[in-house]
Design a binder for this molecule. Structure first.
Ligand SMILES: Nc1ncnc2c1ncn2[C@@H]1O[C@H](COP(=O)(O)OP(=O)(O)OP(=O)(O)O)[C@@H](O)[C@H]1O
Length: 229
């Protein structure tokens, strides 16, 4: 589902954020991306949504080589990738329902389908009874779950999360990670950037570690890992 082949990213200012990063992830796999602040985690995620382009190497998402993607194809790629942010970026002048419906509104889905899919997504994150509320009235953990419902309402095959539990206490953080795990069990590929070493360890998933832009562990393919290296 994801393939990085010797990917480097040098920003315009001259800073090299990623150096020769190679790894692959299978469909339905869940992995964590860790590393010190500034190690390149957000940069790596941005290459998958084409918020940034690599300076060298190739990124493939769902078999599509992103370096061949024309600018007008980028919105189509992004519809297949759900993104969850630390500060969830919800709109506080709209209801929970309307926040989750946004990706479907953008593609002009029919209202009946929007209703059905928004409720299915809210049901998955346990917030079906809060659809008419304003997200400002929800707890931090609930707000983050609204952000997750919005990220998955399109049924994307790939889900990326950038520090999704950064503002949450340990128990709520564990709940959010379990939710990601459930999505991976139904075939969604999930990559979660996280600083939370303890939680990452407790989850037991594959861990990709960046240090100063280099992938220092977890870069082997799942098959290679199975054989111990
Ligand atoms: N648009 C940009 N222009 C220039 N340099 C950038 C840009 N974005 C990121 N960088 C630099 O690239 C490096 C990696 O940044 P990145 O955001 O990928 O790290 P990170 O691992 O996600 O860090 P954090 O955990 O603090 O979010 C940093 O030194 C940062 O200053």
């Amino acid at each position: 589902m994801i393939e990085f082949d010797r990917v480097s990213k040098r920003y315009d200012g001259g800073y090299t954020a990623l150096k020769g990063v190679s790894f692959a992830m299978d469909r339905g796999e869940m992995a964590f991306l860790t590393g010190h602040s500034g190690a390149g985690k957000s940069t790596l995620l941005k290459l998958m949504t084409v918020m940034e382009r690599p300076s060298a190497g190739n990124v493939l998402v769902g078999g599509q080589a992103l370096n061949r993607l024309r600018p007008r194809q980028v919105p189509f790629l992004r519809r297949h990738i759900g993104v969850v942010f630390q500060n969830h970026q919800l709109l506080f002048d709209r209801t929970v329902f309307d926040n989750v419906a946004m990706p479907l509104e953008v593609i002009g889905a029919p209202p009946g389908e929007i209703g059905r899919r928004v409720r299915a997504a809210l049901d998955k994150v346990g917030l079906l009874n809060k659809e008419r509320m304003n997200p400002i009235a929800l707890s931090g953990g609930e707000q983050q779950r609204v952000g997750i419902a919005r990220a998955v309402v399109n049924k994307p095959p790939l889900l990326l999360a950038d520090e999704p539990t950064g503002n949450l206490d340990p128990e709520l953080s564990a709940d959010i990670m379990q939710l990601f795990e459930q999505f991976s069990q139904v075939g969604v590929t999930v990559l979660v950037a996280s600083h939370d070493a303890e939680l990452v360890r407790a989850m037991g998933n594959r861990v990709l570690t960046l240090r100063e832009g280099e992938l220092v562990s977890g870069g082997a393919s799942p098959r290679e890992q199975l054989h111990g290296h």
